[in-house]
Structure formats: C-alpha cells, structure tokens
Design a protein around this ligand. Structure first.
Ligand code: HEC
Length: 194
C-alpha cells in the first residue's frame, strides 16, 4: 500500500541542509555574551581583530587629545594600525555627545554596568551571528577629571566650553576609578564581509 496521495505533503522539507550548531541567535534582543577569554573558538579570530581595531582607535584618540587609552604606551601604539571593515566607537551610559550612543547589541551591558568601578567590569564579547561585538571598559583616570568630574570641581571655562558644545551633556560627576564608558567594536566573523 503505497497510497502516498501527494496532496497533503506538508511543506516541511526534510533536508533544509545542515546548519552549524549553536547559531540560534536570530530573534533574541540580547545576543549571547562571553568573557573574551571564554569565548568559543569560532569567535576568537574576529575578537582578535576587534581588539586590534579598538587599540588603533584608542591610540589615535590618545595622539589627538591625550585622552584615549591611558594604558596605550608608545610601544603598543607603534604597532597599532586601523583594521579595515571593523566599526569602532566610544560610548557610555551617560553621554556627553549623543552621537556616541551605544549600538543596540551593547545597550544592556552598558546600562547594567553604569555606576560601577571600572576594575569590577570585565570586557565582554557578543555573538552577533555573522559578526562579533566587543566592549572594552574605559576607566576614569586623574587627567579625565578636568572634564568629567563633578561640575563644581572643574574650571568654569571648561564648563562653559562644554555647555556650548554639548547641550545634553550627562558626562559629569565621575570619580577616580569609575567606569566612564566603553570602547566598542563590531567585526565580521569572515574578514571583509559586511
Ligand atoms: C579636555 C576635556 C576632556 C578630557 C580631559 C577628557 N574628556 Fe572625555 N570627552 C570630552 C569631550 C568633549 C567628549 C565628547 C567627544 C565627542 O564628541 O565624541 C568626551 C567624550 C568621552 C567619551 C565618549 C562618550 C561620551 O560621553 O560621549 C568617553 C568614553 C570619554 N570621554 C572618556 C574620557 C576619559 C577616560 C578621559 C581621561 C583619560 C577623558 N575622557 C578626558 C572631553 C574630555
């Protein structure tokens, strides 16, 4: 009896093709996150490129404003080069410049770490499907205080300049060691694919 009257064949095609394990990321708003040291092997190459891209950007800010990566000494910056195809930026839960708003995948972590000391906040990697996101904490150092401490402890001329340039400024009131924000990078898992 082979009456396979083709009418009711459901459209569930038996072989949708093999799909790599662990790619069920699609609809969750908050992508899977990992401490970079514990990240799955598949994420590591992109994470390394993301880290390089952040280092290059931090060195660049350091050179231009003396405010980028306080740990960026000359040796680390000598070898730092821009990494093509990787988006990089700085962000914070309390922004000075609204244009530095965190990308969607980073928002939850940026919000939940606000108000902490930087030493208590680890870097975090995010599996974004075909891309990898990386957040690296930025600590408030002594030389940041002039522009990010409590307003009454900063120079009136600085406050006036910043008030003019950044009318929605929320980046005041930080103390030494506070988490000021993050560097973020968004790197394709396959280099060059974006
Ligand atoms: C001379 C004043 C000045 C000093 C000193 C300074 N900043 Fe800033 N900071 C700014 C300005 C202006 C912006 C907005 C820049 C922009 O438009 O992207 C900013 C933005 C940032 C942002 C991006 C997020 C945001 O709020 O827009 C971070 C993170 C940050 N600063 C961290 C630091 C750290 C860490 C230090 C010390 C190592 C530091 N800053 C020292 C003036 C300063």
């Amino acid at each position: 009896m082979l009456a396979a009257g083709g009418a009711s064949a459901p459209s569930a095609t038996p072989s949708a093709g093999p799909r790599a394990e662990g790619v069920a990321v699609a609809s969750s708003r908050e992508p899977p996150r990992h401490l970079p040291a514990d990240a799955p092997a598949a994420l590591r190459p992109a994470l390394a490129r993301a880290e390089d891209a952040i280092r290059a950007a931090a060195c660049d800010v350091e050179r231009r404003f003396g405010e980028g990566d306080p740990d960026a000494n000359a040796a680390r910056c000598d070898s730092a080069r821009e990494v093509p195809g990787i988006e990089v930026g700085r962000t914070s839960a309390r922004l000075r410049n609204p244009a530095n708003a965190a990308p969607a995948w980073a928002r939850a972590y940026v919000a939940e770490t606000d108000g902490k000391k930087a030493a208590g906040v680890p870097a975090m990697a995010f599996d974004l499907g075909d891309r990898v996101g990386l957040l690296r904490p930025i600590e408030l150092r002594k030389r940041c205080l002039g522009c990010h401490a409590a307003p009454e402890r900063t120079a009136a001329s600085t406050r006036a300049w910043l008030a003019r340039a950044y009318p929605d400024d929320r980046a005041w009131g930080y103390a030494l060691g506070d988490l000021r924000g993050f560097w973020w990078a968004d790197a394709p898992k396959v280099p060059g694919e974006r």
